[in-house]
Design a protein around this ligand. Structure first.
Ligand SMILES: [Zn+2]
Length: 75
């Protein structure tokens, strides 16, 4: 029941790339995550990030991709 103390390990610059590990509140530390497609919306796709160890959802993200179907090719 003690709060997980994160060891100060030097602050790395935040990476805006694909998240490969997130802080899991259940494990109390950063764990590798699995991305799971939750919803497909007209405006994008919603993903859920699950802890690969315990399966807890540690985050979600909505990605808006290029809208398909509006591109016309002119011959
Ligand atoms: Zn976990």
């Amino acid at each position: 029941m003690r709060p997980g103390m994160t060891k100060g390990g030097g602050r790395g610059s935040y990476q805006d790339l694909e998240a490969t590990s997130l802080l899991c509140p259940r494990c109390g530390k950063a764990q590798p995550v699995r991305r799971r497609l939750l919803l497909v919306l007209p405006t994008g796709e919603k993903y859920s990030y699950l802890c690969a160890v315990c399966g807890e959802e540690v985050g979600s993200k909505t990605e808006t991709g290029p809208i398909k179907g509006v591109i016309q090719t002119l011959d």
